[in-house]
Design a protein around this ligand. Structure first.
Ligand SMILES: [Zn+2]
Ligand SMILES: [Zn+2]
Length: 121
């Protein structure tokens, strides 16, 4: 089994006022894109709805993780106003501070902060 780095949803506590929040934008992928994505991921199954994993208030396009691929990059959906497009992006290699460096759940070159900079991710 390849190691999947899909973040777990639902266990994150509600952040207190003023804390860093995740972007609330999401897209439902059209059937053809879901089929195209399922042909590319090792699990053979992806969710039709994708939530942006960047921080709330970020600029530019939204990026939601579709799934990890078996080797190298992960499959992301990218959207702004119109429909989403599927893109393969390498993982962000930046890690948190020692002694227990955490990995970032985003992709190389993403905007804003790394996911390990917010305890609520
Ligand atoms: Zn977003
Ligand atoms: Zn990062």
């Amino acid at each position: 089994m390849p190691t999947l780095h899909r973040p777990s949803y639902g266990t994150r506590a509600l952040a207190p006022t003023g804390a860093v929040m995740r972007c609330a934008s999401w897209r439902r992928l059209p059937y053809a894109q879901v089929m195209a994505a399922q042909n590319r991921v090792p699990t053979g199954h992806v969710d039709a709805s994708v939530q942006c994993l960047l921080f709330d208030g970020h600029e530019g396009q939204h990026f939601g993780l579709v799934d990890s691929l078996e080797y190298g990059p992960a499959l992301w959906a990218r959207w702004l106003e119109a429909s989403a497009e599927l893109v393969e992006l390498p993982d962000c290699a930046e890690t948190g501070p020692p002694p227990d460096p955490a990995g970032c759940c985003l992709f190389t070159g993403h905007a804003e902060r790394h996911t390990w900079e917010a305890s609520c991710w």
